[in-house]
Ligand binder design. Sequence first.
Ligand code: GLN
Length: 486
Amino acid sequence: MLNFGLTQLSALLAAKKISSAELTGEFLERSKSLNPDYNAFITLNEETSLAQARAADAMIAAGQAHALTGIPIAQKDIFCTKGWLTTCGSRMLSNFISPYDAHVIERFNAAGAVNIGKTNMDEFAMGSSNETSFYGPVRNPWDSTAVPGGSSGGSACAVAARMAPAATGTDTGGSIRQPAALCGISGLKPTYGLVSRYGMIAFASSLDQAGPMAKSAEDLALMLNVMTGFDARDSTSLEREPEDYTRDLEKPLEGLRIGLPKEYFVKEINDDVARAVEAAIAEYRKLGARTVEVSLPSTKLSVPVYYVLAPAEASSNLSRFDGVRYGYRAPEYTDLNDMYRKSRAQGFGAEVKRRILIGTYVLSHGYYDAYYIQAQKLRRLIAQDFIEAFKQCDIIMGPTSPTVAFNLGEKSSDPVQMYLSDAYTIAVNLAGLPAMSIPAGFGNQNRPVGLHIIGNYFAEAQMLNVAHQYQRATDWHVRMPIPLET
Ligand code: GLN
């Protein structure tokens, strides 16, 4: 049962073959036994989760169940969750019990889903390996000497290890897709503006977007149905008719035009990853799709552009953490300025400080035009590349990450190497497009490879269809790193 999809679990609950309290209890038991080794959760709160499960059982008994009622979902610790410790992976918020719920949390609560715990993450979502967390690194369930990817590494690990049937993540430059790829699960970053950012602790507001992480495309669709929707409290939330993201799952792929950007299959990509991605594309040809070469000439600029814009926005967003009203405050200080200085010096980790310094620099008088404005112009060119490419194809495919999961410690002393692990994912955030990663086999050391599927604006249902058809034809997504008996 721990390996069941959301539809199967929902059917068991509806048929009263199992209660949500029992189901939640099973996932909690597994989480409690595996978490000391994998560190996927920062907070487990058994009593609260079970109380939510009992409330869900009452909803089911009253005939008021929705698709996710009674299903345990792991929530990334970036979402403010009322009554729960909400740390964002930082010492700065290590004492913060949120007094309110993020929009995403409200939506899951309204649907009757159960919060099974808050997942570990890179500090303030800055990282690609989950090694910047104040709460220590997460380990990859396929190989505990490897990183799970980041920043949503705890969520990816929890789903891959079957500690939770599904989880939430956030993606500013790849943080849903890259950990999904490295842990062998499915993850989707929606079109910018589809999911409200209200109560989701801000990193780079023009890029941040929340999305689902689960075993299959079908499960992602059910999660997305809950997570999306207009929210007046987020000024970039889009007002659109609600969609059913499961509606196109079963469509045949006959005639689908897959664009393969020539810039993606170059020397940076490892052979093992290239082989798996090519095999996945061959499978799509068997399913009736054809491939066309497309070009994204500005894509090589996306990492440098991102590392100007994201730190600029972060330096502004993180100025709110000053030790005054909430969060960490240095125990000793001489005056107000000293209190700010010491609280921030002690509360933030090295990567966060690096980003704040870069951001402050690129926004400073005299450098603003040379860096920030220039990066904004290039951002537009990067988006334009995709608009051109989508004139020739319906969907774009490539690798999610240039390598399989790397070892813990392998890149943590070299920020540029770390930043390059998002070479394929970042352009999508700069353009505001939707994209996903699905498991597509294994590379070196038997570590998972992710296939990156990029859609046009609002093409989530189509992307999910494309992913689901592949998952019907293959079984990568049902493979498990840790047997269920343990
Ligand atoms: N790895 C990228 C970074 O460090 C992206 C992180 C994210 O998407 N939150 O900024």
